[in-house]
Design a protein around this ligand. Sequence first.
Ligand SMILES: Cc1ncc(COP(=O)(O)O)c(C=O)c1O
Length: 493
Amino acid sequence: MPKRPATIAIPALKAIDPGAGPIGRQLTHRLREAIATGALKPGERLPSTRMLASSLGIARGTVVEAFDQLRAEGYLDTKVGAGTRVVAALAGTLPPRPAERSARPPAAAAPLPPAAARLAAIGRALAPQPFAPFAIAMPGPGITPDDNWRRLGNRVRASARAAPSGYADPLGLTELREAVAGHVRRARAVDCTAENVIVTSGTQQGLYMAGRVLLSPGDAVWAENPAYAGLTAVLDDLGLRTHRVPVDEQGFSVGEGMAICPAARAAFVTPSHQYPLGMPLSMARRQALVAWAERNGTWIVEDDYDSELRYAGHPFPAMQGLSPERVVYLGTFSKVLFPSLRLGYVVAPTRLVEAFAGARALLDRHSPTADQHVLAAYMREGLFEAHVRRIRGLYAERRAALIAALEPALPQGCAIQPSDQGMHILLWLPESADDVRIAARAEAAGLVMRPISPMYAGATGRPGLMLGFGGFTPDRLRQAAGVLGRLLQAEVP
Ligand SMILES: Cc1ncc(COP(=O)(O)O)c(C=O)c1O
C-alpha cells in the first residue's frame, strides 16, 4: 500500500472510511456527487489514478474501476495523452451548486401549485389529534386491541397464507368479505352478500371511492350541514358542486335539498347518527330520500361510522336495506376496533362492484393481506361480537361519568347534548362564544376538542365543542371535566 500523503488530490472527496462499506462504491459515489454539486467542473482534469489512489490511501485498481464506472455513466472521458476529465458537455445540465441554491429566494416564497396549497390545508385540518381528553374516536389503551386480537394476530401473521407472494384482489380477502357481509346483515339489516362487499382502508377511502365511482367533476351533490370535514374535503377535491342541506331534529331535510338543488346526483348522509349532531334520520325522511333517489336515478352514500356503539334503545336498521340498488353503504372498524387498523368496507350494488375494484386498484391496489386475515379470523371466531359487547358497556360507563362530572361544572348558557350512540357528546356554548378560540385555549391547558361551528358551511354554524370520551378512564374524564369547567367559567361571556 503506498504511503499516504498529507493532502487529498480532490479535497471534495474527503477521506475514504474503510468502515463505511465497499471502498470502490464509496469512491464512485463521492466522485459522482462532486461532479453533480460542481466541486468538479465540466472539462476539469482529474488526477491520475495512481496519484488519486495514493492520496486516498487505497489501491489503484479500485480507482481504475471507479473511473471505468463513471465513464460508462457518461460523467468522465479519458483521452490518450490528455488524461481523464469531467465530460465537458455536462455544463449547464447539472443542478446548481449549494451556494447558488442558497442565493435563490427560499422555496416557501414561491406560490405552491393550487392543488398543493389546497391539499396542504386539508392535511392540516385532518391532522390526527393528540391522545388527551377529549380526543374523538380514540379507543383507549387496554381496550383495543385486546389480548385475543394480539394472540390471534401473532398466530395468523406467522402463517404462509397471510403473506402471499403476489398482489391480492382489490375487492378484499374473500373470508373477510364474507365475515363483513354476515355482520352487516345481522347487525344492520344490510341487504347484501359477500359479493357486494369491498374491503377498504376505512370510511375516508370509502367516501373518496364512492365519489370517484358515482360522480363526475362538476356534478352537484347534497351534503349535510353540519358535516364531517373529511367528507366535505373529498367532495371539494373531486371538483363536485356541494350543496349543504340543513339538518333539523329529524336529521337531513330532504325537502330542503330538493328546493336548494333538485338536480343533485348524490346525497352524502349519516342517517344512523348525524355527524356531529347525533340525531338519527327519521323513517319519513329515509323514505323520502330513497324515493328521490329511485325517481331520479341518483345515489345515496350512507356513512354508518359508529352504529355498533349504541347504548340505549334499538337503532334504525341501515338505509341500505330500503334501496340496495341506490345506496352505497360505508362501514369502518376504526371506532369499534381502532383507527390505525385502517380497515373498513363499502357495500355496493352488484353492478358497481367492478368499478370500485378499479378505483381501489388506482389508489393503492388493496389493503394489507395479513391484517385482513387477522380480522376475518377475529370475526369468524365470534371474538369481534364479544368485543363489541364489552366495549359498549365500558363506553357507556365513561359517557355517564363525563356527563355527571361536566354538568355541575358548566357556566350558565352551556348545555350538554348527550347521544345514545358513538364515542362523543356535544357541549353547546352560548351564541356569543367563540368555540375555535376556546378549543385553542383548552389545548394550551392539555385538553383536545373539536369546535363545532367550522363543521357548518359559511357562517351558518352554532358554537359548540365535540368531546370524545372513548379513550379515557372515568377518573381521567372527571379530572378533565373539572379543568374544562374552570376554563369555560373564565372564557364564556
Ligand atoms: C362521520 C365520519 N365518517 C368517516 C370517518 C372516517 O373514518 P375512517 O376512515 O377511520 O374509517 C370518520 C372518522 O372520524 C367520521 O367521523
